[in-house]
Design a protein around this ligand. Sequence first.
Ligand code: HEC
Length: 189
Amino acid sequence: MGLAQGPDGSLYISESEKGKIWKVKFNGKKEEFTEKSLAKMKERENRTYVKNPDIVLDNLERNKVAIGGEKLYQMNCLMCHQKNGKGDGVRFPSIAASDWVNGNKDTLISVILKGLEGPIKINGEPFVGMMPKFSQLPDQDIASVLSYIRRNFDNYSDSVTKTEVTIVRQRLRLIKIKQMQLQNISETK
Ligand code: HEC
């Protein structure tokens, strides 16, 4: 791609693959373009979405996800992990400041899709328990509730997207099919 300026101030942009050339020129009246107009244009450059994209503030869906996530937590997780996320320390572990919550997203997603049966280690501490699976929840709900716990209860991690959940769900399905095929082979032998 090439960029050049013509004598009249217009801009030429050339594209190397198909040999196209675009000419960009100012269509307004030059006399009417004042310092003030320039200042106005400059002002636009400072708008967050032009110069400094902010992944949190520019995400217009952010509040939706947060509210949805909190409700979903109350409905599905609170009875065991408790309102403050700290569990009861005996049958239900804490998800506050947890390396499971802040760690690998695929692992975290599969805990929700498959459930979890101990013994495990949480922040280095051994734990044995049984968590049911929540594969009946739609991918978006799982993404929302995980995004919620990843930024609450002393956890400081980025969100989980619906697509990330879909991918893990598909992968788990494929693994299951493979296992069933292998079982079939060994049974027919
Ligand atoms: C019936 C009780 C119960 C419910 C409901 C439940 N969990 Fe769990 N959860 C557990 C238990 C027990 C473990 C530990 C399992 C083990 O020892 O292998 C666990 C482990 C976890 C872990 C990994 C360990 C940790 O402490 O960080 C995460 C993350 C987690 N749960 C998140 C959730 C989320 C999110 C929900 C709601 C969608 C949920 N749980 C619902 C009981 C529950």
